[in-house]
Design a protein around this ligand. Structure first.
Ligand code: ADP
Ligand code: MG
Length: 324
């Protein structure tokens, strides 16, 4: 059985959000334990990961060093983080597999994801990235063509487009590695966003793709049966942040979309996970689970309930939302 695991920020930075190199290596090392258990159990595993804090750090370097070395565009930042995060994931997972006596190799693929140059996101950027800056420090960057928004007392923040991912262009490379027996890390940060020119050539664009939506697309392209979105909460809840929180357990797509339409899932965090889970199942996936990292082994097992929010096709769903 092929499983796509999407790792959230908590798998790559320390609990307090620190992202020093040693924090990232420690978090990834811990995250690879349950992943290695799955590989050892015989699952065909593909990993993808977020990159928000890492890209944020690169943007700070860009700003601070702009007078000394040329700032690099956002698509380069995405590609760089796929490289560095891929590197530490490969090291940590190979080590965890070796400790289990599993002789599998791991490879990371720099992955481009196609978006539409006419995506409405480009005309109206909404995704906040990087640090807050005082207005006078944001001003030269605005003159440079970047979009920054006044976010009140914390200062100004850059916003970029978050276009719909249309196609994972390097999915065939990931598929070939899987067929050759590799565990594959791909489409980090949702993929490096690129557009296709009329002459067929590809170029990167200043945008970020949601990693969970990118994960759903990659999962379908690779024929994964399960999508596991590993994050820092047990699953999605209704009435989030109220005294009346109610866990969403096993649910079908239509019911979950109904909850989403009622506004239960925040747009920058749980919303895209829910949307990704729905899309994955609608497009032929057998199950999508939103859960914590430590429970991914339970989450992939079809005979187990209660490992978070489990989205199933309508035909096999037992509606138990609220029981968890
Ligand atoms: P990741 O880095 O794993 O992508 P996010 O921070 O983007 O994690 O999303 C997980 C967060 O979503 C949780 O920590 C929680 O604060 C938030 N969240 C928003 N709405 C909900 C909800 N309805 N149920 C559960 N968590 C929610
Ligand atoms: Mg997120």
């Amino acid at each position: 059985m092929r499983v796509l695991i999407a790792l959230g920020g908590n798998a790559m930075t320390s609990e307090d959000g620190r992202a020093r190199p040693r924090d990232q290596v420690a978090a990834v090392t811990a995250a690879m334990e349950p992943v290695a258990d799955l590989v050892a159990a015989g699952y065909d595993v593909v990993l993808t990961h977020g990159n928000g804090p890492q890209v944020g750090n690169l943007l700070v370097k860009n700003q601070l060093a702009a007078s000394v070395v040329p700032p690099v565009p956002l698509d380069w930042c995405g590609a760089q983080t796929q490289g560095t995060i891929g590197f530490i994931v490969v090291n940590a997972l190979e080590r965890a597999l070796a400790a289990r006596g599993v002789r599998r190799r791991v490879a990371a693929v720099v992955t481009r994801t196609l978006v539409d140059a006419a995506d409405p996101g480009f005309a109206r950027p909404t995704k906040p990235i990087g640090r807050y800056l005082p207005r006078e420090e944001a001003a030269p960057l605005i003159d440079h063509g970047e979009t920054w928004e006044d976010r009140g007392p914390r200062g100004w923040r850059r916003v970029v487009a978050s276009p719909e991912p249309l196609e994972v262009l390097d999915a065939p490379a990931a598929a070939a590695l899987l067929a050759a027996g590799f565990v594959v890390v791909a489409n980090g940060g949702g993929g490096v966003p690129v557009v296709r020119a009329p002459d067929g050539s590809i170029r990167g664009v200043e945008a970020v793709i949601d990693k969970d939506l990118g994960a759903a697309l990659l999962g379908r392209a690779l024929g994964a049966e399960a999508l596991i979105i590993a994050t820092d909460v047990d699953g999605a809840v209704l009435g989030f942040g109220t005294p009346h929180e109610r866990a969403v357990g096993t649910v079908d797509v239509a019911t979950l979309r109904g909850y989403a339409a009622e506004g239960h899932f925040a747009s920058g965090s749980m919303g895209p996970k829910v949307e990704a889970a729905c899309r994955f199942v609608e497009q032929g996936g057998r199950r999508a689970v939103i859960t914590t990292l430590t429970r991914i082994a339970e989450a992939v097992r079809a005979d187990m309930d209660g490992a978070g929010t489990t989205v199933l096709p309508a035909d096999i769903t037992r509606e138990v939302a609220g029981h968890a």
